[in-house]
Design a protein around this ligand. Sequence first.
Ligand SMILES: [Zn+2]
Length: 136
Amino acid sequence: MTLTEYAIKFTQLSEYAPNVVVDEQMRAEQFQEGLRLNIRAQVALFMLRTYSEVVARALVIEREMEEAQKVRSRNSRFRGSQKWERDFKRQKVTHPQQQPRKQEWYSGTTDWAKGPRRCYECAEVGHLRRDCPKFQ
Ligand SMILES: [Zn+2]
């Protein structure tokens, strides 16, 4: 459960239990009680008295903790976004296999059209690319 989800749930619960959450300060304390320990410890330092202050502060702390987590887990060589990293990996995996091999065959064989018809996929004589066992 994220902090935002918790805040929403807490608001819903306090509406059902008006006797438990009587005033702002108690509401703030109740909310603080339910926070994750590492966030609660930091929120407590501010000695906040209202519910909205506690929520706002907790959200800031949560965001900072997430940021710190990202920085820690990020490889120092790849500082881009995760999406960029994913694209980079995909390119690296798919392209070198297919592209350079074809180019090699085309450029290395100058009398391609004159000679016997070869398979474009494996360059063997006797079958075409559409019949190539490697291509299929
Ligand atoms: Zn073939």
